[in-house]
Write a protein that binds this ligand. Sequence first.
Ligand code: TYM
Length: 351
Amino acid sequence: MAEAVQTLHPGHAKFTPRVFSGIQPSGGLTLGNYLGALKRFAEMQGRMETIYCLVDLHAITDKWQDPERLRQQTREAAAGFMAAGIDPASSILFNQSQVAAHAELAWIFNCVARMGWMNRMTQWKDKTAGKNAENSSLGLFAYPALMAADILVYHATHVPVGEDQKQHVELTRDIAAKFNHDYKQDFFPLTEPVIEGTATRVMSLRDGSKKMSKSDPSDQSRINLTDDADTIASKFRKARTDAELLPDTPEGLKDRPEARNLVNIFAALADRTVEEVLADYAGKGFGTFKPALAELAVEKLSPISAEMTRLMSDPAEIDRILGQGADKAAAIAQPILDRTFDIVGMLRSRR
Ligand code: TYM
């Protein structure tokens, strides 16, 4: 992996390979979060230093969240991380608001980033489309600067995300580059998004042109990590598809978004390539494929859901793990934040 960092960051070999990524605890975790993020987070663990975060400060940017529910969802997301294989003894696992350095660095980045950059973010445009942008929170607009702070306060070099977050990670690079340029320092790494695998954009089960999302009003559009076996099977059975048989090559799926989505999900869950899956199912219809997919999904997701339920029965233990993770995270972030403030010219006489 060390070589990969060198290729990704010519001239930045001084940065220790370090993974950072986060998920908003703004609702339950979906199969999209699992395949696009969590499963990959667990795979990166042990290969280099890994820091994973429940970004609760981000979770209040879009809409008002019931306070007690937000705390509960944060615990549930933490349980989801651990159930998906993130071991708090090997990775740092914490919630963002417990490490003040994120919000402090975000302020500096609010002053580095330009309004025009934020205006170009497709997520901002999508979330305010057809609505009055004037009525959106300032936090929603500035959200990518906080995300850049999440990553750069650890000098993270690798950020595993789904495709929808690519633009935000690229903006993180722009912020780092402008900071380095403005202050004539080679201080922040130019981090790259790591977007790998067959399920970097899991689509809705009801509409192959929309991404699977925890905020979709239709529960039928997504698989939740807490769904039981019957619900998972029924959602896949009712998933929208076409009437054709499965092709023998991935090219045959090109103009069939719903079929492609189900094959991608199968491949990601089975740790196989799309070609391998098609080798087994070419010429077969969805009457055969959907039950096989449902069975595979239940086999892979049921243990995760059972483990989440077990972990959620002891919320105090989850809180303890997140607190301990926050202490470890703060120990890495604080010197980087202090150095940033020095570079910017903030007078610091309390240390
Ligand atoms: P969020 O909470 O929307 O999603 C968390 C992660 O899950 C991925 N994901 C998907 N991947 C594939 N298919 C899908 N349908 C799907 N839906 C979600 C996302 O790409 C993401 O990797 N802004 C981020 C959270 C964040 C963050 C960060 C991420 C805040 N700070 C720093 C990385 C680094 C977000 O809203 O993700």
